[in-house]
Design a binder for this molecule. Sequence first.
Ligand SMILES: [Zn+2]
Length: 294
Amino acid sequence: MAPAVTVTLDVEDLRPSHDLPERVVAMTELVLDMLADAEVRASIYVVGELAERRPGLVRRAAGDGHEIGLHSWAHVPIPTQRPEDFLADIRRGRALLQDLTGQEITGYRAPMMSLVPASAWAVPLIAEAGFTYSSSVLPGPSPLYGWPGLPRQPFRWSGGPIEFPCPMVRLGPIDLPYLGGTYLRLLPAAVRRIGLRRAARNEALWAYCHPWEFDTDEAFHQHDHIGTLASRIAWLGRSRMHRQLVRLLGEPVSPPLAEVAGGLIESELPVLHPNRPPELGPVGRWANGRLRQR
Ligand SMILES: [Zn+2]
């Protein structure tokens, strides 16, 4: 039997302009309906400023039994922020989500997996703001943000939260975050099966998707913060997303990540110091958001 996977959703409004129609509420409700039909509880990470504008959406997700976590205040990649602004933002977001849901908010997810060596300063701040776990690193090379050399299983940051690295599979020379929305949309289902078959027993598997990935009616938009190619990729294959999530929901599912974190024995987790990361090696050129920051 395939190993169980936690379903996670990053709720963000990526419209390039607020003059365009807002579609995130309808698309999030569509995913919440799918989760309810399948009786699956997920981890749902919400951008703070969207939660402030649409509190009803957060209340509904929490009322459906999902874990609510923070997906930053304004979806700005961590390396582009100053530490004091980052801390203020995630404190504000956590307080808002706690007020809206009555839940203790323990989970933080960085925008675009942007916890990278250049933003290692953020690790102790995530704990300082009250988060006990993070799922914010892509432990491989990436043209956007990645941190090659990090473990694939959950670990604890020294002086920081537990980290759940994004699950990856190696196919030939490349590592792919095979349970991520883009990969679920664009790659054959066989890639997911290979990844799940090869997953180590001590990995915590989680899939992620976004409300906009289900939006087959949205016109193409250029997103300047990710560039033309990534904007195209974000727009492709959306007609497959509904089917892919239905498939995932029909397979063994793990509880929300807060509950997975609660079941870990902390003394058995590897401990990593954020300022002494594993050697990046030649692939490090592709990491750290440098491609985007040039
Ligand atoms: Zn995001």
